[in-house]
Design a protein. Structure first.
Length: 275
């Protein structure tokens, strides 16, 4: 399942070096360094508030680091012009947690949006691409005239995936792709992530708290821990390795998370409330 695990010494498409992100006095990310080889699927896991989504947004320069660098294909994203940054962002696909579809547009218009914004393709070619993308995510042609509100949450997420693939991105970013979905539809999304990787030469980064998603879709898993709860110079990355290695990890915090054990965490919360 994880045969595509890449050599870490290979030239990475994404290189995060000594990244710090701070909002006011609150440190969210502390000294994060990650290299992501081309073609790898990386899952970023961790409890709420550990900085997973903030990290994802720094990878596309939606959030600028307080310190450190994010290099995409050899370019520091936070040192280039806005015009050049716009060009680089076209090389990403972003599947948002809530699908982020335009409510006033039809499904067809949503999927066609990036093609109309960033290409000069004729309308008929765009129309055929839209139908092809919807078919790729298991949706019928008949939904192109519907509005997002007429679709279920799972269908909306699949439309969001179709739209993100419209420009054939080199890197796919998934922000909690299965949140709010039932187990069957969650697995449909997982299968689509795997299918996307097999059909397109894409590097994928999946932010999730769903261990089934992490284990099924990823070659590599990184677990973050909330910076505010670290002691001294403890690293914020508690685990970095293949999914099957999670069960062998000796760090109790990793074990608690992957097995959903709340006992010690609940005690910490009670002690914090008393302080």
């Amino acid at each position: 399942m994880h045969a595509r695990l890449e050599d870490e010494r290979a030239d990475p498409i994404l290189d995060v070096d000594s990244l710090h992100v701070q909002f006011g006095s609150q440190t969210v990310l502390r000294d994060i360094s990650i290299k992501v080889p081309r073609g790898q699927t990386l899952a970023i896991i961790g409890e709420s508030g550990c900085g997973k989504t903030v990290l994802l947004k720094t990878l596309i320069a939606l959030i600028r680091p307080t310190e450190g660098t994010v290099t995409f294909d050899g370019q520091d994203l936070h040192m280039i012009s806005e015009r050049e940054l716009t060009k680089q962002r076209i090389r990403y696909g972003f599947v948002f947690q809530g699908a982020a579809l335009f409510d006033s547009m039809t499904i067809g218009q949503n999927v066609a949006f990036p093609l109309k914004q960033h290409t000069n393709k004729p309308i008929e070619e765009i129309r055929q691409i839209v139908f092809g993308l919807l078919a790729d995510v298991g949706l019928p042609d008949s939904i192109v005239w519907k509005k997002p509100a007429e679709l279920s949450g799972g269908m909306q997420k699949r439309v969001g995936l179709a739209r993100s693939l419209a420009l054939t991105p080199e890197v796919m970013l998934y922000d909690e792709p299965t949140t709010g979905l039932d187990p069957i539809m969650s697995d449909v999304i997982n299968e689509l992530i795997l299918r996307t990787r097999s059909r397109y030469p894409v590097t994928s980064i999946v932010v999730t708290h769903d261990m089934r998603t992490a284990r099924k879709t990823a070659d590599r898993v990184i677990m973050l821990y909330p910076a505010a709860r670290l002691k001294g110079d403890e690293p914020q990355i508690l685990y970095d390795g293949p999914p099957e290695g999670l069960d062998e990890c000796k760090d109790r915090r990793v074990t608690q998370f992957i097995h959903g054990e709340a006992g010690e965490r609940l005690m910490e919360m009670r002690e914090a409330a008393r302080a």
